[in-house]
Design a protein around this ligand. Structure first.
Ligand SMILES: [Zn+2]
Length: 263
């Protein structure tokens, strides 16, 4: 059930059917090499949520793409807004979702640059008392079905590579420009900060150092079939998480108990 497709009259029934669960797809508008559209992460998140909600009913919030992508602001078409505003907007959005009766908010992130943000956001839920819980399942990081995991041919694949190209081939093939796929090693890390990265030292400029054209991997072995298999596998994983979240009563109880003690 897509939030924007419902009428106001239908909304309360949708909340009931969804057992109070709202999926909040987090993506961004970002360069994806030469051959994929700027909305790649948005299209992937939208499709993943659509398929998961078919398996386990949930209301799907419209795309939330004002997220962390400062590292791509040197390339055309990117929308990178202020960090403080991202947090405020996300927090405000969650409050509005909850005010509409959806008290279990499930963040479904499809943009790697948000990896830290989503965990930080989960943690700052403890800043003040609230009548909802934010859950951050990570279907993309859980073990894939062996048949799906075995299909990938490339060892390095971080951005606009075999996986993401396969996903877009599966859902929006008309948006893939195969003729623009580099034939050289543009997708391999430049290693300009390798001594630091080898020692697990994090810094904001690391992605620019390795992948200034926002291409990591090799999109050439991508196929629509591989993308289709990925979506089938990942939507099942997400649906399983949604079921567990629907059944969960403990998180909210503990949250209330915690705030009772905080005072
Ligand atoms: Zn992406």
């Amino acid at each position: 059930m897509r939030w924007e497709d419902l009428t106001g009259d239908e909304f309360p029934e949708a909340v009931k059917q969804a057992e109070s669960v709202c999926l909040l797809p987090l993506s961004c508008i970002e360069r994806h090499g030469h051959h994929l559209p700027l909305g790649t992460d948005m299209f992937i998140g939208r499709e993943l949520c659509r398929r998961a909600a078919q398996l386990e009913p949930a209301v799907i919030f419209p795309d939330f793409f004002f997220t962390q992508i400062l590292e791509a602001r040197h390339v055309p078409g990117v929308v990178g807004i202020e960090p403080e505003l991202i947090i405020r907007l996300l927090e405000n959005t969650c409050r509005e979702i909850a005010r509409n009766g959806l008290k279990k908010i499930v963040i479904v992130n499809t943009h790697g640059g948000n990896d830290h943000l989503i965990h930080y956001f989960a943690q700052i839920q403890l800043a003040s008392r609230r009548d909802y819980v934010v859950y951050v399942p990570q279907p993309a990081y859980q073990a894939e079905e062996s048949s799906t995991a075995a299909q990938w041919e490339t060892a390095i694949d971080g951005h606009a590579g075999e996986r993401e190209t396969s996903m877009i081939l599966a859902i929006r093939p008309e948006l893939v420009r195969p003729g623009s796929l580099p034939a050289d090693d543009e997708g391999m890390p430049l290693g300009r900060l390798k001594p630091l990265r080898d020692q697990d030292t994090d810094l904001g400029i690391w992605w620019y150092a390795d992948h200034p054209t926002h291409y990591c991997g090799d999109g050439r072995p991508a196929t629509a079939q591989k993308g289709e298999a990925w979506f089938t596998d990942r939507s099942r994983t997400l649906a399983k998480a949604i079921r567990t979240i629907k059944d969960d009563k403990e998180a909210r109880r503990l949250q209330d108990e915690f705030f009772g003690k905080v005072g």
